[in-house]
Write a protein that binds this ligand. Structure first.
Ligand code: UT7
Length: 325
């Protein structure tokens, strides 16, 4: 029996032009290149220019993904955009991208799950495609975290960067087994008991201003490895697969130590893990599609490869997705 699958058709990403090294940061923040590299693996990050909004980053990434897929906007009837740094409180940043792409059909909306946003958005878009409610989707992760950082707080401001990534999905019929190309499973979790470990101290219905990111890094770290390994195993199990079947893990890029510990816990060699945190820092919902774009374009990820995506972020939220490229 044939099964409708959400199949990857193209990928694209965008980084703002301005790149800031750890050395440069250490001139304005009480930190050092060595501390940042040792604790996080980060060497540099990109920062959006004045006037450059999340939707601008998303638009560049979306155009590149459509070009890569070789399709026009007429073949897309759904945009799901994951962000915790929208242009405005409303309308959804996705609708701004929709308008800029010249798309006046279909529907577009935002998903908010902070650093897990891309996996959540991928899961949502997959349901629409599998049920036949959408034929083609743009799944975007786009962030301008530089706008919500407290640049006087060295324990957070050195960790994040701006960027966007976009994935084109198309509905295609598969055989219903895990040899099919496309999204084979997604698993999502959240636990609001941990709101206070990673949050923004503002918002429209509380302070009336956007606010700044606050994080208890050690607390997040403690939960990250366990949650990521568990969700990775759960996503694989629901597709009837094991970690040994995975060609590439494409994890959320927050910290090289979290990435390495999670891979070790799952018994996956680091040679099968895509790592871009050194170049992008933590770009929240943009980090997975940014990393995936790098690995597709440099030829590591090839058609037919089995991928495991996994992320964890504020909420806490966490999620995993298994897809065959
Ligand atoms: O996307 C999901 C969200 N985020 C994460 O996944 C982040 C999870 N957490 C982490 O990655 C790590 O906890 C951090 C990288 C944030 C921090 O690493 P750590 O090894 O947990 O360091 P720490 O917070 O225990 O701080 C160690 C020391 C402290 O000094 P004392 O108290 O030991 O004297 C900090 O004041 O490092 C100090 N410190 C810094 N020193 C230089 C904190 N930030 C800096 C800095 N430069 N930028």
């Amino acid at each position: 029996m044939s099964t409708r699958r959400a199949v990857p058709a193209g990928i694209g990403s965008y980084l703002p032009a301005q790149m800031v090294t750890n050395e440069e940061l250490s001139r304005t923040v009480d930190t050092t290149h060595d501390w940042i590299v040792e604790r996080t693996g980060i060497h540099r990050r990109h920062i959006a220019a004045e006037g450059e909004a999340t939707s601008d980053l998303a638009l560049h990434a979306a155009r590149r993904a459509l070009d890569h897929a070789g399709i026009g906007i007429g073949d897309i009837d759904l945009i799901v955009l994951a962000t915790a740094t929208p242009d405005q409180t409303f309308p959804a940043t996705a609708t701004r991208v929709q308008q800029a792409l010249g798309m006046s059909h279909g529907f577009a909306f935002d998903v908010q799950a902070v650093c897990s946003g891309f996996v959540y958005a991928l899961s949502v878009a997959t349901q629409f495609i599998e049920t036949g409610k959408a034929r083609g989707a743009l799944v975007i992760g786009a962030e301008t975290f530089s706008r919500i950082l407290d640049w006087s707080d060295r324990s957070t401001c050195v960790l994040f960067g701006d960027g966007a990534g976009a994935l084109v999905l198309r509905g295609e019929d598969g055989n219903g087994n895990n040899d099919d190309r496309g999204v084979l499973s997604t698993e999502l979790r959240s636990d609001g008991a941990h709101n206070a470990a990673l949050f923004v101290d503002g918002g429209p219905s509380t302070t009336g201003i956007a606010g700044h990111l606050r994080m208890n890094g050690r607390e997040v770290f403690k939960h990250a490895v366990r949650n990521l390994a568990e969700i990775g195993e759960a996503a694989l199990e629901s597709a009837g697969l094991a970690a040994s079947d995975v060609r590439w893990i494409v994890p959320h890029q927050a910290n090289a130590r979290i990435i390495a510990s999670t891979a070790q816990k799952m018994g996956v060699d680091m040679e099968r893990v895509i790592v871009t945190v050194q170049d992008h820092a933590n770009t929240s919902a943009a980090s997975i599609p940014l990393a995936l774009d790098v690995a597709v374009r440099d030829g590591r990820v090839r058609r037919g490869d089995l991928l495991l995506l996994e992320a964890m972020g504020g909420g806490f939220t966490w999620g995993g997705a298994v897809l065959r490229w």
